[in-house]
Structures are given as structure tokens and as C-alpha cells.
Design a protein around this ligand. Structure first.
Ligand code: AMP
Length: 435
């Protein structure tokens, strides 16, 4: 199967060939023909599968084929949860649209809105945006959604987690009813299904991997270690293995800062990336990490979502996430594009329940190891994982099935996230969490 076989134009095929893509990835092979036919799509695809080209290429083809000779109204909109992901998608769109007469732009918060308004004024065919800033710009009449033909919701699960559901629905209320909708999500929970059923019209389901499954070539390793020993252990791992490029996850922003400082003190180049960092600092940290001028990037879950860091050999969970799906998202950063990767987790006594929940989701036991000199002695009791109801703690918990079906519980985005759950805050005022 080639890109031309999928029905893509010579101009688009030329652009992807220049990117070095020789054949479509599975998600591209499955989604592109349906999108070209104008169908709505509900796609379960992790970052790293090539989903961006999967929706961008057919949308560009549609825009190029139906372009008005004089006017350039906004006709396609890609909504994403984070600034980094928005910037990345925009970069991809620019590359893929090199040989078609389509103008793209990106808007997100945390930076001056004036240049964004000026760009929009000049006419844009396809816009990538985070929901909050987009709504602000719409309120300021910097753009109109009246001519939207295609709406893409990327990483929809994370947008729900971040409390963007109200913004999304509001934005949609300004769009024509007749439009094509493409929804991409790494996980397929009931919340996502609910959102999808309200937006999509008779969608084609596209799946490329078993639901919530981890990338096939990733191996999981757990080191049992005391909470207070984790920093020293991390430094040892980095130094002993001479690691050159590692993404480390912490649960909180404060934890990310603290670990970064200690790594730097130990002579290891590192930077933190999280929601409290300015956009400039985030962009710089990511750039330095990508070009190997720093070895370690310490990130919180939300900041790391969607980052395109090719061929990352290791991902370290300095702390396990208390939401098991976040583990799947985290390890989506390693073993990308078919390369082998290793997910290493440091687990203290308080995190045993988190590990259990993750194993249930993965349907796989994670192999645990104890390293000499770091034998755990902590006896602090385990904390409850976010999927467990209070009553079920310490009882045989109702297992969440791998397709993401949870025991009956109200959706997260209405401000009733389970205790201890860590998520960001959207414009809806959902509880601000510490990461
Ligand atoms: P994505 O899942 O969209 O973030 O893409 C992950 C990575 O795969 C990006 O670095 C893309 O440039 C790359 N990629 C996308 N499609 C292909 C393809 N057909 N062949 C090779 N690499 C690809």
C-alpha cells in the first residue's frame, strides 16, 4: 500500500515522501480513505502511530480541492489539549502542505494574542488551537467558525481530563451543523464515547491497536525503592547506564522542579516541563532535549502529552501515576515507530495500589526488582488509586476492563474527579490540581 493508493494527490504524496515516509502507517491506511469520503471518524490511536498525518493529509486534500479562488475563510479546525501538541501539529501541517496552496496557523494561550489576531485577519484555511485561547479569540471577533467544514478533536481524552468539555461544546455551537468530525483519542472510555455520540454523525470506528494497549515493543521494569531514595536511585540509574536522553515523569509540578534541581546539582543536564513554566521555558526545554543539549526532561503528565520525541529509548516513572491510563500515555513516549523501548518505574510502598491498577489495565504483571543498597524499608500504607471508589479500597476492587469501562461514576470533567487524582484545569473552573 502506498500513499497514492490511498487516494492522496501527487502534491501531498511528494511532501510526505520528502519527510521520508515510505508507506502509510496502519492508522493512516485505515483512516485516510474514510476521511477522503467525507465520513466522520472515531479513531482510537496513540501518539506515535502517525495519527497527525492520518487526519491532516485528507483534510488538506479536501481544502485544496474545494478552495474558493478569492476568499480564504477558516474551514478546518484542529483542537488539541496542549500548547506543545498544537505547535507540533502545526509544524506537521506546514510540512505536509508544502505543495498545496493552503494556509495554516496555530493559536494557543500563554503568549501574546496580537500576532495571532493579525495572522487570522490575513486569512487561514486550517487552524490548530487549544480550546481556551480559541474561545477568547472568538469572543474578540478575531475569527468566525461559520464556514467550518472539518472539525478535528485530537487527544480528546486528555481534553476531557483537562476540563475543556464546556469550551469544546461552546465552540461547536458556533459552527455549522453540517460538517465533518474526526475524533482521535488514545483511550476509549465511557466519557469519550459520550462526547463522541454528541458530536459525531454516524462515525466509522478506526482502531489500530487493542484498546488502551501499550506499544508492543515496550518492556516494563519496576524497581522497588523507598520514597526518600528515589532521587539518589535515579541519579545512579542515569550515571551507571550512561543514559543520554531520558524522559522522567513526576506526579506534581513541585516534584518536577525539585528533581530537576537535584539532577543538575549531581552534574546531570536537565530541565523541567510543566504547566507553571512559561511557554518560552517549555519550548526551550523541549528543544534542548530534542537536540541533546540536555539529557533529562522531567515532565508532568499534562505537559508531556503529545510531545513528539522520536525514538526515545527510556521513560522513567519517578512516581507512578494514580490514574492508570496515564501510565499508558507516559509509556507512549518510548518504543515509538516500532523501535524498542523501556518503561522504568520507581515504586515505593505508598504506590503499590497504583501498580495494581496499572497491571489490571495492562492485563500484565510488571516485573519488580530490588537493587542492592536500595532495599526498601518504608512501611507507609498504599494510597488509593484514582479508579477505586472509597468503599472498594482494600476489598477486591471491581476491575476496570481494558476497554476503559469504569464502575459507575460521574464523569471527571464536572469537577468531581476522584480524590487524589491529578489533572490540569481547563477554563471551566474544574478543580486546579497540583501539576
Ligand atoms: P504522530 O503519532 O502523528 O505524533 O506521529 C509520530 C511520528 O511518526 C512523527 O515523528 C511522524 O513524523 C512520524 N510518521 C508519521 N507517519 C509516518 C509514516 N507513514 N512513516 C514514517 N513515519 C511517520
Amino acid at each position: 500500500m502506498t500513499f497514492s493508493d490511498l487516494g492522496l494527490s501527487a502534491a501531498l504524496v511528494k511532501a510526505v515522501e520528502e519527510k521520508g515516509y515510505t508507506k502509510p502507517s496502519p492508522i493512516q491506511e485505515k483512516a485516510i480513505p474514510h476521511i477522503l469520503e467525507g465520513k466522520d471518524i472515531l479513531a482510537s490511536a496513540q501518539t506515535g502511530t502517525g495519527k497527525t498525518a492520518g487526519f491532516t493529509l485528507p483534510v488538506l486534500q479536501h481544502l485544496a480541492a474545494t478552495k474558493h479562488p478569492k476568499y480564504r475563510p477558516l474551514r478546518a479546525l484542529v483542537l488539541t489539549p496542549t500548547r506543545e501538541l498544537a505547535a507540533q501539529i502545526y509544524d506537521n501541517i506546514r510540512e505536509y502542505s508544502k505543495y498545496v496552496n493552503i494556509k495554516s496557523a496555530v493559536v494557543f494561550g500563554g503568549v501574546n494574542a496580537k500576532p495571532q489576531i493579525a495572522t487570522l485577519k490575513n486569512g487561514v484555511d486550517i487552524l490548530v488551537a487549544t480550546p481556551g485561547r480559541l474561545l477568547d479569540l472568538h469572543d474578540r471577533k478575531a475569527l468566525s467558525f461559520k464556514r467550518i467544514d472539518v472539525l478535528v478533536l485530537d487527544e480528546a481524552d486528555r481534553m476531557l481530563d483537562m476540563g475543556f468539555v464546556r469550551d469544546i461544546n461552546k465552540l461547536i455551537s458556533f459552527m455549522p451543523v453540517k460538517r465533518q468530525n474526526l475524533l482521535f483519542s488514545a483511550t476509549f472510555s465511557n466519557d469519550i464515547k459520550k462526547l463522541a455520540s454528541g458530536i459525531l454523525n454516524n462515525p466509522v470506528s478506526v482502531e489500530t491497536a487493542p484498546q488502551n494497549s501499550t506499544a508492543k515493543k515496550v518492556t516494563h521494569k519496576v524497581f522497588k525503592v523507598d520514597k526518600g531514595q528515589k532521587t539518589a536511585f535515579t541519579i545512579k540509574l542515569i550515571k551507571d547506564n550512561n543514559w543520554k536522553q531520558v524522559l522522567i515523569f513526576t506526579r506534581t509540578k513541585h516534584g518536577a522542579n525539585k528533581l530537576t534541581e537535584k539532577l543538575i546539582k549531581a552534574g546531570i543536564t536537565a530541565a523541567a516541563i510543566h504547566g507553571n513554566k512559561s511557554q518560552g521555558a517549555r519550548t526551550k526545554a523541549l528543544k534542548n532535549f530534542k537536540d541533546n543539549s540536555i539529557k533529562i526532561l522531567v515532565a508532568t503528565d499534562i505537559a508531556a502529552r503529545g510531545l513528539d520525541i522520536p525514538l526515545l529509548p527510556y521513560v522513567v516513572n519517578f512516581e507512578l501515576p494514580n490514574v492508570p491510563e496515564d501510565y499508558v500515555h507516559r509509556i507512549g513516549r518510548t518504543g515509538r515507530a516500532g523501535a524498542a523501548g523501556e518503561a522504568i518505574s520507581l515504586v515505593c510502598s505508598e504506590e503499590v495500589e497504583y501498580q495494581n491498577e496499572i497491571e489490571k489495565l495492562l492485563k500484565e504483571k510488571l516485573k519488580s526488582t530490588i537493587v542492592e543498597g536500595f532495599e526498601p524499608t518504608d512501611t507507609a500504607p498504599p494510597k488509593r488509586a484514582a479508579t477505586q471508589s472509597k468503599g472498594s479500597f482494600n476489598k477486591k476492587s471491581k476491575a476496570r476492563s481494558v476497554n476503559g469501562n469504569k464502575p459507575k461514576k460521574k464523569p471527571h470533567f464536572k469537577g468531581n474527579k476522584p480524590a487524589g487524582s491529578t489533572s490540569g484545569r481547563g477554563r471551566t473552573g474544574a478543580p486546579k490540581k497540583n501539576r
